[in-house]
Write a protein that binds this ligand. Sequence first.
Ligand SMILES: *Cc1c(COP(=O)(O)O)cnc(C)c1O
Length: 449
Amino acid sequence: MNNHELSQRDLAVLWHPCTQMKDHENYPIIPIKKGQGVWLEDFDGNRYLDAISSWWVNLFGHANPAINAALKNQLDTLEQVIFAGFTHESAIKLAEKLVEITPPGLNRCFYADNGSAAVEVALKMSFHYWRNLGQTQKTKFITLENSYHGETLGALAVGNVALYKDIYAPLLMDVITVPSPDCYHSEPGESWADYSTRRFALMEQTLAQHADSVCAVIIEPLVQCAGNMRMYDAVYLKLLREACDKYALHLIADEIAVGFGRTGTLFACEQAAVTPDFMCLSKGLTGGYLALSAVLTTDNIYQAFYDDYTKLTAFLHSHSYTGNALACRAGLATINIFQQQKIIEKNRQLAKTMGGVAARFHEHPHVAEVRQTGMILAIELVKNKQTREPYPWQERRGLKVYRYALSKGVLLRPLGDVIYFMPPYVISEAELELLAAVAWQGIQHAVRD
Ligand SMILES: *Cc1c(COP(=O)(O)O)cnc(C)c1O
């Protein structure tokens, strides 16, 4: 079995996500045989450094011994059981852990099986909460420009990345969109905190105007990941929490991408010391092993659904694989690693090292900005550094970086022309240096002509 044979068979029957399949007439699809730590290996023996954690899910490397062992044990005990009327040990233990490690006040855990589904759950729960309280005028959601919350129709509606959303617009519910605090647009010399504070005025205006009809504000705390890794200051979260209380609406924190240490703290909300009304988790939740998501919420919200059955106030939402036992066990093993190995403390040094290896990119003539929040670092490639004029998107410069890096054994997957590092936490200093060197060469290659 080699790369060529497998890719031919793949392209004969498969349809890949987020892909123009015709691109594969020119670019081979890469069949992966095995993974170990930060490395992936294909069927021809080529190795790739997984610098994007296999789409932001992997935390402690591929084939992690501790997670593998936990899963093998779970496999011989219970793989899956209906989660209505029944429960199991791993689901209970994981929920206990999540309640313990998420911000204070989040005491209830509702499972789903992927990130988009978690967003749907939070939206529906928020709307339904206000219904149960008799507030039937609350039907709308507020979202930020450039946000991303998933691909199912509800999640897509509250997202704002045109490339994924515009074509489906006729199918989507109306939302109220507020300009983003994204600090790429701050004035020269203006701090992120000042800019984010200034931008909050636009949110405040919208809340003052629409609060009566709004169920919740949904945001990605600190980093708009799919929206080109744009970042903003924690002060925005603090102001937003205060305003949501003042105007009596919910705050939904979508920590699907930023949760589990990506921003430097276990959860991004910690940096503003806020507790959202709903926190959506997925991606890193199982260490990158299995599809699972969770929505954490408060006693107050839980109690608004808790009544005699005949009142019909229950949350009658389910997914077949809700609380899957293997996925929950992987989640438990993942949280154990965080706690036993003091990962958040260790990552402080790792994040510094990552900033260090990327320092030279600031000087690059086609780099408008190098930005970093914790374990996420992004490099914004532009045509003109002074005016920040982007390259025409049709030129697909980021794709050139991708192709070049692959040929040198590094898996980057730029978002448009934004090259970013979001590696598993087991990456070494030497591997970070390799990553930066290849990214630099890839940019040099991509900006030629
Ligand atoms: C990936 C992502 C989602 C969607 O999760 P899926 O598991 O891909 O459906 C939602 N919100 C954010 C912030 C994400 O990054």
